[in-house]
Design a binder for this molecule. Structure first.
Ligand code: NAD
Length: 434
């Protein structure tokens, strides 16, 4: 029988449910949950109640100021960090200092100072830090890695990458804690960490120089005025414009959202349904980057968060040809009970254009479930590692986590300064590591 690993989770919101249920369900023979920690005691209790009902287990819950007690009393081997982004560093570092390995959700953290603190703590403690890039595990994205590794289009010279967030999922970032850079680092960190990680991994390269422009153009008071929403409130819950607003979100009418957020507001005052047109938002919704990579490749990248469909197009221009890949995702909002980011088969394709030969379409590797089919495969690799070889180098450590955020952190700085920024200078500890 294999060794049972002990896990504790900090951050009991929407995302933690996937890890909790994997540990107590599909991987119960290899994993056990020792404790749950959150600053919102109601949300932690909700999760513990679910565990009692579904798995007949009692899981101790700890408020955030008792994180150390959770580690000492429940003795986890590994801490899973699923709090809001700006708190990842706090729990990653403390867990490693207390002798635990760590699995963290993306982004590893949101700025250069916190990134360097994590790298320094990892170096001092020698603990293992894993960043869970589920997008790498999505079969079509792994297939692109497979094609690039095969050398079918030769060394990559340039990449054109354009990501669309729609008016459902994209708009949702402007309602939640993500709407302020102090919490999320903005979409260039919070969301694009996935995209920049994919490119680092696909190209097997690191970002060198980043030039970015960006601003908020759609989620602004002027759009509300254009839509005739003149009496809007600070949140949907009590907004008199609800019937007229295409962005109205009812926490009351969705059982998942009501239980997870509306019913827990009394504990921390967090509103998950703030107005998407609010002046208090300080993240961009339209951004464009030029990135130079260590391999010599260049990338043109854009991210727009108010598009009619969600997904991306990417083109790799190589010395022997070109690969074009498009991916369309389902419509959803976070933690509403639907499958997040499922692929739309008819909108997903991979085409190879070799030099001096006919172009052809690759049958796309099948993908089912959350985040392009990546979630299930990621969980399998996390909780049953010895049974799956890492042929496609999908496991990411602190270095992969750092490189993936450095493009966005540099881009934020570039937007502020109006000048290019070198990624390596932001995190000197990364040294010569790719
Ligand atoms: N890889 C993916 O596809 C994916 C998808 C969704 C979310 N995520 C990541 O998961 C993380 C959580 O996102 P979510 O959607 O669950 O958000 P959420 O808002 O539902 O949950 C965040 C949780 O953090 C808790 N928290 C806030 N302050 C805290 C503190 N001081 N100490 C402990 N806990 C605290 C909140 O109470 C909440 O329960 C984020 O980092 C996000 O980027 C990743």
């Amino acid at each position: 029988m294999s060794e049972i690993k002990r896990y504790a989770i900090v951050g009991a919101g929407g995302r933690h449910e996937m890890y909790r249920d994997a540990i107590l369900g599909a991987y119960a023979a290899r994993a056990t949950l020792t404790g749950l920690c959150d600053n919102n005691v109601g949300r932690a209790q909700l999760s513990a109640d679910w565990v009692r009902k579904e798995y007949d287990r009692e899981i101790p819950i700890y408020e955030s100021d008792r994180f150390d007690d959770m580690i000492r009393e429940t003795r986890p081997d590994i801490v899973i960090v699923t709090t809001k982004d700006s708190l990842h560093d706090r729990y990653i570092c403390r867990a490693m200092e207390l002798g635990c390995d760590v699995i963290t959700e993306k982004p590893m953290t949101i700025d250069a100072a916190r990134c360097n603190a994590i790298l320094e703590t990892q170096r001092q403690t020698g603990k293992q830090l894993r960043v869970t890039f589920n997008y790498r595990y999505s079969p079509p994205r792994t297939q692109v890695k497979h094609l690039l590794m095969s050398g079918v289009i030769g060394p990559i010279v340039s990449v054109d990458f354009h990501w669309m967030l729609d008016t459902s999922h994209g708009a949702d970032y402007f309602r939640r804690w993500h709407r302020n850079k102090e919490n999320s680092g903005g979409l260039l960190v919070h969301k694009a960490t996935h995209h920049f990680d994919l490119v680092n991994w696909w190209l097997d390269a690191a970002p060198e120089t980043i030039y970015a422009t960006g601003r908020r153009t759609y989620y602004v008071p002027g759009t509300a005025e254009r839509l005739g929403l003149t009496r809007r409130s600070e949140r949907c819950h009590d907004c008199v414009e609800a019937a007229a607003c295409p962005f109205f979100l009812s926490l009351r009418d969705n059982p998942n959202l009501r239980a997870l957020y509306l019913d827990q507001e009394r504990h921390d005052g967090y509103f998950r349904d703030r107005c998407v047109f609010s002046e208090a938002i300080d993240i961009e919704d339209s951004m464009a980057l030029t990135v130079q990579y260590t391999s010599g490749a260049r990338m043109s990248y854009s991210l727009n968060a108010f598009m009619p469909w969600e997904g991306y197009t990417i083109v790799f221009n190589g010395l022997k040809g070109r690969i074009e890949h498009k991916c369309e995702e389902s419509v959803y909002i976070n933690a509403d009970g639907s499958v997040p980011g499922a692929l739309q088969q008819e909108g997903t394709w991979i085409r190879v254009y070799p030099h001096f030969a006919p172009a052809y379409e690759e049958p796309v590797w099948e993908a089912e479930g959350g985040h392009g089919g990546g979630d299930e495969l990621l969980l399998q690799d996390l909780f049953q590692p010895q049974e799956s070889a890492d042929t496609y180098q999908r496991r990411a450590d602190h270095c992969g986590g750092a490189w993936s955020i450095l493009t966005g952190i540099a881009a934020n700085r570039s937007i502020e300064r109006g000048a290019p920024v070198r990624a390596r200078e932001l995190a000197p500890l990364l040294g010569d590591i790719k």
